[in-house]
Write a protein that binds this ligand. Sequence first.
Ligand code: SF4
Ligand code: SF4
Length: 252
Amino acid sequence: MRDQFKVRIKRQDRPDSGSYWQSFELEREAGMNMTTCLQRIAARPQTTDQEDTTPVAYEVACLEEVCGSCTMLVNGRVRQACSALVDDLLDDMNDTITLEPMSKFPVIRDLFVDRQKMFDNLKTIKGWIPVDGYHATGPGARQSPKQQEAAYPLSECMTCGCCVEACPQFGPHSDFIGPAAISQVVYFNSNPVGSFNAAERLKAIMGPGGITDCGNAQNCVEVCPKDIPLTNSIAKASRAATMQALRSLFNK
Ligand code: SF4
Ligand code: SF4
């Protein structure tokens, strides 16, 4: 096992500036993940050319693959820095790990990107259950264990951005809302109370940038760290949208 290794990072000082690469040499530690690496670099920000530099900017919160904020490209694959272990990324042939910001979002600085588009898309599909007050209204409608089992995996979405990073249809070149938001339509529409607003959510994905923009490449489901059955959600949303279109036609 090598005691030292390099981390090569694609950096960018400002949203409107160009990018450049810097390499850092680190001592290997047991159980080290990419967040630890970035912390070690911040403690001593000096490149392999012995140049003093600034700590690398990145977003982080939970440190346990629940918040999704530390999503970046690690050796070219989109994933969370907190669950990317150095031991799994290095081998006898390779002593360098590469970090890049996600490419589908504007870079704020270094590895820190602006995922606002994803949150805006959740607003578009009304990814919540509206309440008309916070007074006690008694227990909600019951869900069978089967319904709960189907809904729970969809509730695990952490808006990390992995699926949209991998999706060829999503990005600055398109208005496509992306697989995460479509899956949240299915999730909230499957809730007994959320189903009251099902038509609104479906209509939100029936226009331009909606479900028909999915090219079915299925990259999204391959990279989701929570194993959310995204293509299954897309198929369900597509069927529900077709039914909604027919209902709208006959209710004119
Ligand atoms: S199936 Fe393909 S086009 Fe559709 S959302 Fe997933 S990655 Fe994007
Ligand atoms: S669906 Fe999966 S990959 Fe996409 S944002 Fe949610 S957790 Fe991340």
